[in-house]
Design a protein around this ligand. Structure first.
Ligand SMILES: Cc1cc2nc3c(=O)[nH]c(=O)nc-3n(C[C@H](O)[C@H](O)[C@H](O)COP(=O)(O)O)c2cc1C
Length: 278
């Protein structure tokens, strides 16, 4: 049940909810208020609630007055540019964990990222204590030691070259190249059965990345962790609570950075293919 409701005192019958509805399932008879005839077509995207200029629409039992007003709250283009250009891959972390409420706030907000067909099925799996991450770290390197000595691995598989290097750094120099000594890991996964599990996870993590860095939390996209928990030791992902029927989209580490970047980097010229006639 969608519980699509129109506050008749607020509704000005402007029709914006009708024209913006992606599956075009809202209609209005002359002199009447908007209705949804076929609930099955609704994507549950809440565009009707979001676009209504008077806050007259409620759907899924949601009160439009509980939404954030956009007029005053958007960051400027300049602050977004600084964030996008100024975010850095952080490879040095303080040991101290973030407060759990900071982590849940970050995840709750990042979970608002768009998903294909509005599936909203991404699962964030995060360690919330430095101790849990430390246990995971130990298990990863212990399993890696066995993998590298036991396996007949393909010399040309670059994953092994990197993991061999990481294992050497950990055992010989106590340097953790895989998790970079971070106090938290984050895995985004989604059911294999939804239309776009991989894409949904990557978009959710990208959103998390930018939001975290806007709050001074360091992040790193972590391909080596992904190889470990997805390709070589999936039992670790399951032990962390990633369901067996999920596809792992990607993984990251995060925490308080113990390094500070002072300015943006300067990338090469953007590759743009601007088409003005077709
Ligand atoms: C998909 C992806 C996987 C990555 N995996 C790793 C990794 O395993 N270890 C690491 O140190 N950095 C990793 N990085 C970080 C990149 O090396 C980094 O983004 C790049 O060097 C640019 O630096 P910047 O993010 O500070 O701009 C990864 C980045 C991406 C996007």
């Amino acid at each position: 049940m969608l519980n699509f409701k129109v506050n008749e005192e607020r509704c000005i019958r402007c029709g914006k909810c009708i024209t913006d509805c992606p599956p075009m399932c809202i209609s209005m008879q002359e002199g009447d208020f908007p209705v949804i005839q076929d609930e099955n077509r609704c994507l549950r995207c809440q565009h009707c609630l979001a676009v209504c200029p008077t806050g007259a629409i409620s759907i899924l039992d949601l009160d439009p007055d509980n939404s954030i007003e956009l007029k005053y709250e958007l960051p400027t283009a300049h602050s977004m540019e600084t964030l996008i250009k100024g975010r850095r891959s952080v490879r040095k972390y303080k040991k101290k964990a973030l407060e759990t409420k900071t982590i849940t706030k970050l995840l709750e907000t990042a979970w608002h990222a768009p998903t294909g067909t509005n599936a909203q099925a991404v699962l964030f799996t995060a360690t919330t204590t430095a101790e849990a991450t430390e246990e995971l770290r130990k298990e990863i390197y212990s399993k890696l030691g066995k993998l590298l000595t036991d396996s007949d691995f393909d010399e040309n598989d670059m994953r092994f070259k990197y993991l061999q290097m990481a294992y050497g750094a950990y055992t010989n120099h106590d340097v953790d190249v895989i998790l970079r000594g971070a106090p938290h890991i984050l895995i985004a996964s989604a059911p294999k059965t939804i239309p776009l599990p991989k894409e949904d996870c990557i978009i959710a993590l990208t959103t998390f990345d930018l939001l975290a860095q806007s709050m001074g939390v360091g992040t790193l996209w972590d391909g080596m962790l992904k190889w470990c928990v997805d390709d070589f030791f999936p039992e670790l992902a399951h032990k962390l609570g990633v369901p067996e029927d999920h596809e792992i989209g990607y993984s990251m580490v995060f925490g308080h950075p113990s390094i500070q970047y002072r300015r943006t980097v300067q990338r090469a010229a953007t590759e743009m293919n601007l088409v003005n006639r077709f």
